[in-house]
Ligand binder design. Structure first.
Ligand SMILES: C[S@@+](CC[C@H](N)C(=O)[O-])C[C@H]1O[C@@H](n2cnc3c(N)ncnc32)[C@H](O)[C@@H]1O
Length: 240
């Protein structure tokens, strides 16, 4: 039976595909090993490994990484998994591309943690390698009385999972995304719980300045366009 933690991760992250072309193109032009930071259950890592890239997946969540490893085996692809904090990791200097999809950088608690991440990433980049991090820098606040975006939905073990964003609120230096997570059991009974995620408010310019202190030099950012379901993001490009 799949754990609820894994199912919610898949429901809320797994369906997003607007950025995949960009990660594929960056991996192709980097032409070497790829480190996926905050890889989760492998939405990006498994696709890149399926394309034949040498992929390492890093996450602090061992349960999500175990699922990623199972899925890699089932798909007949190889992905090395590394359980570590993105703010402090040690890997050999061999990566041509370090990818940080889906706002994971904004989950780090503050400037000190980001500094730890930039230092770790700089050490892990091969000479001239690229660090590319997607940030949601145009999240518009909304509250309960607004028209709500469509929920993320999924199914596992006969249960329906619905994750409804109900508010995005400004907080000092952050945005707070509030969701209601509902599970509908096969007998129709429902359970419901609140979920909150805070993303640090960051701009490409802030990150370029912070990264420069660690020997990472900003190149013009790229964009992942918005879709009907998801906001767009800016992909900050930092060269080692
Ligand atoms: C929004 S999900 C993105 C998952 C995946 N990259 C994707 O694009 O579908 C964020 C991921 O970052 C991981 N994460 C959050 N903070 C982390 C940290 N400090 N170190 C390593 N991983 C972290 C979470 O466990 C989660 O898997």
């Amino acid at each position: 039976m799949t754990s609820a933690h894994v199912v919610w991760h898949d429901v809320e992250c797994g369906g997003y595909d607007a950025d995949l072309t960009l990660w594929r193109e960056l991996a192709r032009s980097a032409g070497g090993p790829v480190l996926d930071v905050g890889a989760g259950t492998g939405r990006v890592a498994l696709r890149l490994a399926g394309d034949g890239f040498d992929v390492t997946a890093l996450d602090r969540d061992g349960e999500l990484l175990a699922v990623l490893a199972d899925r890699a085996r089932a798909a007949g692809v190889e992905v090395e998994t590394v359980r570590a904090d993105a703010a402090s990791f040690e890997l050999p200097a061999r990566f041509a591309l370090i990818a940080v999809p889906m706002q994971t950088l904004q989950l780090l608690p503050g400037r000190e943690a980001r500094g730890g991440f930039f230092a770790s990433a700089r050490r892990a980049l091969a000479g001239g390698g690229l660090l590319a991090a997607a940030i949601a820098d145009e999240l518009e606040p909304f509250e309960e009385h607004s028209a709500l975006p469509a929920p993320d939905v999924g199914e596992a073990d006969g249960h329906q999972f619905l994750s409804q964003p109900v508010a995005v609120r400004e907080r000092p230096g952050a945005v707070r995304i509030e969701r209601i997570r509902q599970v509908v059991a096969p007998d129709g009974s429902r359970t419901s719980e609140d979920d909150v995620v805070e993303l640090r408010r960051l701009s490409a310019e802030d990150l370029a300045e912070e990264a420069e202190a660690h020997g990472l030099h900003a190149e013009p950012p790229l964009e992942v366009p918005p879709t009907l379901e998801h906001v767009g993001s800016t992909v900050v490009m930092l060269r080692g």
